[in-house]
Unconditional design. Structure first.
Length: 278
């Protein structure tokens, strides 16, 4: 099924296609105007530490919902979405090592799992497009590029590690508009955390993302970086819990709430570079 068709579908219908194995793609651009979410799934013994970690790091880990122990079903953000089956791909980390990518969690689900539903920047991309700010990975139909930075998170309990960012090339003339538009969505990462030279935040080669796929940066465009909900995966590798399950980067849980559900008028002051980074 084409992305243009999936873009017009209700999240419930897209989730059903994912559950049936008929959609196995990055979800950016699907169910336009609806929220999407990252996942972090942990045994209960780690849940308080992770909740505290997310509270201390709201930019990369803005929590939308926390599920009851052992429950795979959402209550608030979607009507009975099943965490075990309604995401195209999942990643399993054990003792800090990525061990497997799977299409459902039915064989690995545990009764003590607690699921954290975390805001995703895909949720503000429709607003960017409506403001005439281009989104390269939607244009080119590939996954967004994501990078592990040198920006440390605030530790909590066992959890620590560096922030992951997503990158979108933005024409220099559109940077202020992109910033003000995305700042209205603090529950889905909000305004960018860095604009310009990737090396400043520890990215050695912007053409070689740690997750996702490369986006072309054209002449007159600047790489703009947003905090990313893949941060828990970098944290899992650094903190080494016995087991942690996440979505595969770019393969999100699509929720029933509209983007406007978390929109706020909230502008962040940023100092722009004096010349474009090319």
């Amino acid at each position: 099924m084409k992305l243009s068709e999936l873009a017009k579908m209700h999240p419930r219908d897209v989730r059903e296609l994912i559950r049936k194995g008929e959609v196995d793609l990055p979800t950016s651009g699907m169910s336009e105007g609806y929220l999407q979410a990252n996942l972090a799934i942990l045994p209960k013994k780690y849940a308080y530490d992770f909740l505290l970690f997310a509270q201390r790091n709201p930019k990369p880990c803005p929590i939308l919902e926390v599920l009851d122990e052992g429950s795979p079903l959402t209550k608030i953000m979607a009507d009975g979405a099943d965490i075990r089956t309604d995401v195209p791909r999942y990643r399993i980390y054990k003792n800090g090592e990525f061990v497997e990518e799977v299409k459902d969690l039915k064989d690995v689900w545990q009764d003590d799992f607690v699921t954290f539903v975390i805001g995703c920047s895909f949720s503000f991309e429709k607003a960017m497009l409506e403001a005439d700010v281009p989104v390269r990975h939607i244009e080119d139909e590939h996954n967004v590029p994501m990078y592990i930075t040198n920006i440390a998170t605030e530790p909590a309990g066992i959890f620590h590690g560096n922030t992951v960012v997503s990158m979108r090339p933005i024409p220099y003339k559109d940077i202020v508009r992109a910033t003000t538009v995305t700042a209205r969505f603090p529950a889905t990462h909000g305004a960018p955390i860095h604009i310009g030279d990737p090396a400043v935040i520890g990215i050695k080669d912007v053409d070689k993302p740690d997750f996702g796929e490369r986006s072309e940066i054209k002449e007159g465009e600047v790489p703009v970086f947003w905090a990313c909900g893949v941060t828990p995966q970098a944290v899992a590798m650094a903190s080494k819990p016995e087991i942690m399950i996440t979505h595969a980067p770019g393969h999100m849980l699509i929720l029933d709430k509209k983007d406007s559900y978390v929109s706020a008028v909230s502008y962040t002051h940023l100092t722009l570079p004096t010349t474009p980074y090319v």
